[in-house]
Design a protein around this ligand. Sequence first.
Ligand code: GDP
Ligand code: MG
Length: 437
Amino acid sequence: NLSERLERSFKILKGQGRITEINVAETLKDIRRALLDADVNYKTAKTFTETVKEKALGQNVLTAVKPQQMMVKIVHDELAQLMGGTSTDINLKGNPAVILIAGLQGSGKTTFSGKLANLIKSKRGKHPVLVAGDVYRPAAINQLQVLGEQIGVPVYTEEGNTDPVKIAKAGIKEAKAKGHDVVIIDTAGRLAIDEEMMNEISAIKEAVKPHETLFVVDAMTGQDAVNTAKEFNDRLDFDGVVLTKLDGDTRGGAAISIRSVVDKPIKFVGMGEKMDALDVFHPSRMADRILGMGDIVSLVEKAQEQYDAEEARKLQKKIAKNQFNFDDFLGQIRQIKKMGNLKDLAAMIPGMGKMLKNVDIDDDAFKGVEAIISSMTPQERQNPSIINGSRRKRIAAGSGTSIQEVNRLIKQFEDTRKAMRMMTQGKNLSKMMNSFM
Ligand code: GDP
Ligand code: MG
């Protein structure tokens, strides 16, 4: 699957300090192949990899993150961008606001109509009404009535009337009269696109002039979903897409293609058959899902925000020259602390959370260390070798610790410094800091 392929290809980059044309080429080829496998169309996949390449090349890889993690972040952000960047709301203005639901049979229109009514009633304080526009099958009307009862939303139907345009108009009129502020019109679909269905849904749209037309599509249908979306959009010029059945084992590649083929936002995703299984669509979360790589992206983001690459470079020079001192040490501790709660941070690395369950790391892990360093004079920090017995005594008293603790810290500091210098470029700084926790 996509995530495995990406993971494998990212491994190629491992251990390289900078993303270059050579070490990225193979990865990009794999990404493109993986996207094609996930039902992303060829043109989209090609443009996508070109953009990623442009962004990745010449990126200085932050010391705190590995190149392949950096690539994951770039790919993730590009994917999210491709799916619209941010989430898009539906238009509920209008008195009442009219929402028309369209899509093939079995895509999940009726279920979504119920879910949407439930959502805007419970979370937006609206008073919606459902209109049964699938007039050909009594079972369809009954299905909507059952859902309406379940969520406490009235359903407008007309027995014996087989003209959906008339029913839709009458439903809106009735809604207005009864003070409802949102009307959701469920419609009939066919198993495949045909003229009759398109004419019918177009006629309803023409007649009721909805504030929002939503196209519902089954995410499991892959490339077919994209083709259907295109045909519906050509006829209906809808406002947004609803991707249903994302609770199934689809990776959601359709989300990328649909967005880039019809250029309309995905607004909701269906996550199950129950009435509360509806989520607002978030491009970034969908990118997570497509990549399937845990929260590694947020980890990289945090590190990137807080970690100044330039500082890191200077620090490495110092380490190489054995000039790393207690001020630098304190700076490192503060840097690590800025990155957030250490436990949270560790939990974001796939697999780490479980491993660390019984290990006690808390935010105060560095407290004693910080106190001791704060009690040193600037000269002592810059030049730790002058810290003799009487100075240690003074530092212990000043920091409210003991001589033993001060001795231990200085010993650890010296060992660390030695180890750092021995490691070629002083990478893995954070790993060494861990020995103090
Ligand atoms: P319609 O023909 O477009 O009105 O589709 P329905 O709303 O009747 O849904 C068809 C089937 O898909 C029903 O069995 C629904 O329960 C199911 N369904 C709809 N949305 C979802 C979803 O998000 N997840 C899952 N697992 N099933 C769904
Ligand atoms: Mg239906």
